[in-house]
Design a protein around this ligand. Structure first.
Ligand code: ACM
Ligand code: ZN
Length: 568
């Protein structure tokens, strides 16, 4: 591989802070500009997903032979062990791990010291005839370099396209140098076990699949009108009563009941701790979502005293929004919300705690003497401001424990509390308004990011909540709105795809709705915007889907419509 030193850093779209953190420390080595099309070809042949920011390809090859080890010392050792295990699984033979020193033919992970930034998830992956080296400023960067390497040697893909082959001597990988870093720090998916419970092991599978695509935030919608899925030790009836429902909407006829009792289904705190650890090892953050004050009926079925009317209630047996919500005028109800979140915080170490906040009808508050007294006492103008007041109570509680509140964009309606972050779902307007006011936002609009919407128009498409968001539409999403002033762009933390569970009865259904659209979303979240090219993406996706096949993912097959790139 003919490399020459270069002082130029090619145009990369990323936050300037991140650009400096990895690249300033790593001497850039580049090939002649004329080899760039070779690089494009190589990215395509390998089906790298999401597309790395920069790839340069050399002439020779690296042989991942029987002597190859993965080397990592100090803080890099844990990542080296994970990569060795992952490569062993991909290659079907053990790849040893060692603390070094690295020999010819080894794969070495190097944590670059002296970098003051810990936020960067970027990496540099250098492959030449003598070995492989992954350099990064953080363990996450090493991990993502390892993900890219894993994709380069993936057998089903390798055999298909000849990126490398076994030829009886090991795996051959084209010499190349990849410098890569994510565009956004929040690269998320949401799953919804409240509507249809998802087995614990499936959550782990989702974490694995997210890590493969360099997605890093899994929001779990743990509570809703139709079910409470998180064990709270102080309030055992939340799961004793709230995790069951008398029946569910019937498949194919959601306005009638199926007559089948559902539950009890919930996750214990021990399970959630295990998931948090599992996800942490894959650089995925679990963000718990506990809905309040609306979408709260399962909690009120268990503890009706925290409603405005006193109940009684039962866990909702139909989809849709319920009118009975938490009584914000009742100090005990606000205390209940704090107590629940207190236990949530003990289990989930995420910076952000999602409190929902969407679709909270305010008619009960209008008729409730306690809520009206609260409005009077606090000098609030209306019920929207009462929700803001309630959010403020919760935000202060979270802040006292070092956490941040995030909620759906309805939390803007009565005015945002000072530290709140917004997840913009009813389009991008809420996200723009919040970012303009200096709040952090995650873009997750129904127009592009609702992965529970239909993704095809054919007669064989499964029942869904409606809508139409084909693969190309997801791929076309631009999370930073053009009307947002440049100095506010940093408030757009990233993007999230939502897999609401009403019409997903099983893990296989979730996989069908998620893939391949989550792959497109991963590229939106990770790759430089200038490199986005749908037809080129489809070429890589054809290769990448072999990987998903190998992982037993029930993805939706591409049809002519997907290949055409039409989005209407
Ligand atoms: C939502 O879809 N109600 C956030
Ligand atoms: Zn009330």
């Amino acid at each position: 591989m003919k490399l020459r030193q270069s002082t130029t850093i090619a145009q990369v779209t990323m936050k300037p802070k991140l650009l400096l953190s990895v690249f300033a420390l790593l001497p850039m080595t580049t090939l002649e500009a004329s080899s760039l099309s070779v690089a494009d070809d190589e990215v395509l042949r390998a089906g790298l997903m999401p597309r790395p920011a920069h790839v340069r390809v050399g002439d020779d090859t690296f042989q991942l032979g029987s002597n190859t080890r993965v080397i990592g010392t100090g803080a890099a050792a844990a990542e080296a062990a994970k990569l060795a295990e992952a490569l062993s699984i991909v290659l079907g033979r053990p790849i040893p791990v060692s603390i070094g020193p690295a020999d010819k033919g080894d794969i070495e992970l190097v944590l670059v010291q002296g970098d003051s930034s810990t936020s960067s998830e970027g990496y540099q992956l250098s492959i030449d005839r003598n070995g492989v080296r992954i350099r990064a400023a953080t363990p996450a960067g090493l991990f993502y370099g390892g993900i890219t390497l894993r994709q380069l040697v993936w057998p089903g893909v390798r055999d298909l396209v000849g990126v490398a082959d076994t030829r009886g001597k090991g795996v051959f990988i084209r010499a190349m140098e990849i410098t890569d870093t994510p565009r956004f720090s929040w690269r998320g998916l949401l799953v919804d076990p409240a509507r249809h419970f998802l087995p614990f092991d499936f959550l782990k599978k989702m974490v694995d699949l997210m890590a493969l695509h360099k997605l890093n935030t899994l929001q779990i919608h743990l509570t809703d009108d139709q079910g409470w899925r998180f064990e709270v030790k102080k309030y055992p009836r939340l799961t004793e009563i709230g995790s069951r429902r008398a029946e569910s909407p019937k498949r194919g006829a959601p306005n009638t009941g199926d007559g089948v009792p559902y539950g009890p289904f919930f996750y214990t705190q021990a399970e959630m701790r295990e998931l948090v650890d599992y996800a942490r090892a894959r650089h995925v953050t679990i963000v718990p979502e506990i809905e309040m004050p609306g979408h709260f009926l399962a909690a009120l079925a268990a503890y009706p005293e925290f409603s405005c009317t006193g109940g009684p209630f039962h866990v909702h047996t139909r989809w849709g929004v319920h009118s009975d919500i938490l009584c914000a005028g009742n100090e005990a109800a606000v205390g209940f919300a704090r107590d629940v979140l207190g236990e949530v915080i003990e289990v989930f170490p995420s910076e952000f705690i999602h409190i929902g906040g969407d679709e909270a009808p305010r008619e009960r508050w209008k008729a409730c003497p306690k809520c009206q007294a609260r409005i009077q006492k606090e000098g609030l103008k209306n019920e929207a401001q009462l929700q803001t007041w309630f959010n403020g109570q919760i935000e202060q509680f979270l802040a006292s424990r070092g956490r941040r509140l995030i909620g759906w964009d309805e939390i803007l309606e009565g005015g945002l509390t000072p530290g709140a972050a917004v997840m913009s779902w009813r389009g991008i307007r809420g996200g723009i308004a919040a970012a303009e006011a200096g709040h952090d936002v995650v873009m997750s609009p129904t127009s592009h990011c609702y992965l529970d919407y239909a993704q095809g128009k054919g007669p064989l498409e499964p029942e869904s909540i409606g809508g139409f968001i084909p693969l190309a539409k997801v791929y076309s999403f631009e999370p930073v709105p053009s009307e947002l002033p440049a100095e506010k762009h940093r408030h757009v933390l990233g993007v999230q795809g939502n897999l609401w569970g009403e019409f997903m009865w099983s893990p296989q259904d979730v996989e069908y709705f998620a893939f391949p659209r989550a792959v497109a979303l991963a590229e939106v979240a990770w790759s430089p915007v200038q490199s986005r090219n749908y037809s080129e993406f489809i070429g890589r996706l054809d290769r990448h889907l072999k990987r998903l096949e190998g992982l037993n993912v029930n993805y939706r097959k591409l049809d002519q419509y997907d290949r055409s790139g039409e989005i209407q």
